[in-house]
Design a protein around this ligand. Structure first.
Ligand SMILES: [Zn+2]
Length: 143
């Protein structure tokens, strides 16, 4: 058995690191959390994470057009029910204007669609749950 954190062979013990149970050597168990946090920072920096990992779905115009079609409402009617100007809604449907995250949230609730998606960088996927990537996930990717 090898330590899941540093790879050293030897006697292992269970330690909870960032909410994940890992089998680690005594050395890592004693200061594992500290090592973990340093590595985690490097991982996120290396992946060029942005402050916000949310963005508007690239097909938002199609999604909104389809949602309105499904509702059977006219552009003016739907815009009014959402407290939006008709011109604003028309720009959303035509893709001329991208809704803000805040507005998209409102549209999601009102229309039952998904407009806000999680940002993804390379092969490091941020979980859809909004959870932070753990070191364990990172190491699985690497190994
Ligand atoms: Zn170790």
């Amino acid at each position: 058995m090898t330590c899941e954190m540093c790879g050293v062979d030897g006697a292992l013990q269970k330690a909870e690191v960032e909410g994940v149970e890992m089998s680690v050597c005594a050395s890592c168990a004693s200061h594992g959390t500290k090592v973990q946090r340093q590595k985690y920072t490097q991982v996120t920096a290396g992946a060029h994470y942005q402050q916000s990992d949310e963005q508007i779905h690239p097909d938002y115009a199609k999604i909104l057009t389809n949602a309105r079609a499904a509702s059977g409402k006219k552009q003016e009617e739907l815009a009014q029910s959402l407290n939006l100007k008709t011109s604003v809604w028309q720009h959303f449907e035509s893709g001329k204007r991208k809704p803000s995250i805040e507005t998209a949230r409102k549209l999601e609730r009102a229309l039952g669609v998904t407009l806000v998606v999680k940002f993804q960088v390379g092969d490091v996927n941020v979980k859809a749950s909004g959870g932070k990537m753990t070191m364990a996930d990172f190491m699985k990717k690497k190994n």
